[in-house]
Structures are given as C-alpha cells and as structure tokens.
Design a protein around this ligand. Structure first.
Ligand code: CA
Length: 222
C-alpha cells in the first residue's frame, strides 16, 4: 500500500515545491502519521490536494470514503466540501480513526464527517438499502485491495450519473507492470484494472499520481 510517487525524488520534490499548499493542520497530521508503523497507508499530500481540487471542481456536496486510516484524505475532502457538505467515511479501526477524529475536530470539519466504524461492505449495503443510490457526487476507495471489486460495484450504484469514483494504488508501486510478480494482491489489482478498462458504465482515466489513481466517472444512462 505504498504511497510512494512513481517519479524520481528530485522531480517530485520540485513538483511539491511549485504546487503543494498544505495547510498547517494537514502538515501536522502528516507528521503525526509518519511515526505510525503503517504510515505508508497515508495518501501523498499532492494527491490530497488533487482530490480536494476535484471535489471543488465538481461542486460536490456528498462524498464517500472507503478506508480512512488516520484521516488525511478525508480531511482534504471535508475541507473542500461546502459548509452543508457531507462525507460518509468507512473504516474498521477505532484506533486509527481516533487520530482522524482528533484532526477533524481541530480543523472544524467534524460536523461534515459521518464515520461508520464497520466493515465497509456492510455500510455500503446499508446505504443502498436506505435508498441512497445515485446520491453521492464523489467517492474515494482506498482500503483492502482484495475487496476492491465489491467496493467498486456498490460505490458505482451509490454515485450519481456524472459522479466520480477515485481509486487508489492501482499501479501498485509499478509491480502490476512486472510479469515476474504474480502474488495474489498484484494479480487482483491487474484483474481489477482490466475490469474497469472494459466497463462501459464509466469513463475513465488512470493517473500516475502517487501510487496510481484511477478516476471513474459514472456515465449517464443511455
Ligand atoms: Ca492507498
């Protein structure tokens, strides 16, 4: 679950030097998370800024996140949502999300975030059962890779036509392109990427941003 960029360090540092406008609170959260043993699960700061820009570009009001960890991506998205915006955030870890909740409070966005501490598939099924299909503008999937196909199918129902799903780690530190690598997780990501490529329900773009980010826009019914 590396968040390492696919471009070299010198160029990446240059890119950050002319683009990253990370607020103090996001910096603090990143510093705190850096000491965490699972710190590689945090998204890259330029990716967070990019997702915030997408949310603003779309005028998104209702967002979904699958995989919160210590809350960097949810904080980026929540800060970009309007005051009446809402983010439903799914995670199973009380421990990691305790850090997230602390920063949401400090940033004044806790009211916008509805944390669902449960297996994300259960939460997504519950949202569908509540009639929330086609209600979400933006979604970010960044949780256990083995369940990506299931997260994706449910999320595709939950976003509105014209809504966007961003999916993290699709280039898997470059291992997807190395035929020598045949472990289950890498094969799973390859199959998932191929499936989205064939999926006529979406328009897509795969960006070599951070560890690879797929953008899938839900098409309008024909
Ligand atoms: Ca990730």
């Amino acid at each position: 679950m590396s968040n390492k960029t696919l471009i070299d360090d010198a160029l990446y540092n240059y890119l950050l030097s002319i683009s990253l406008r990370e607020s103090e609170i996001l910096q603090k959260l990143r510093q705190e998370t850096a000491t965490h043993p699972m710190s590689q699960m945090q998204i890259a700061p330029d990716q967070g800024q990019f997702m915030a820009l997408l949310v603003q570009l779309m005028g998104a009001k209702k967002a979904l996140e699958i995989g919160v960890f210590t809350g960097y991506s949810s904080l980026c998205v929540a800060l970009a949502l309007p005051p009446d915006g809402q983010l439903i955030a799914c995670d199973v870890s009380e421990e990691y999300t305790a850090i997230a909740r602390r920063y949401w409070q400090m940033a004044g966005v806790a009211d916008k975030i509805d944390l669902r501490l449960a297996p994300a598939l259960d939460t997504l099924d519950q949202l569908l059962a509540e009639g929330q299909a086609n209600q979400f503008d933006f979604a970010f999937i960044d949780a256990d890779k083995s369940a990506y196909p299931q997260y994706y199918e449910r999320t595709l129902q939950l976003v509105r036509p014209g809504g966007l799903i961003a999916i993290d780690n699709v280039l898997w530190s470059g291992r997807v392109a190395d035929p020598q690598v045949q472990d289950n997780r890498t094969e799973g990501i390859r199959a998932f990427n191929q499936r989205l490529y064939q999926d006529q329900r979406i328009n897509l773009s795969v960006l070599p941003l951070a560890d690879g980010l797929t953008l899938a826009l839900k098409r309008w019914p024909v």
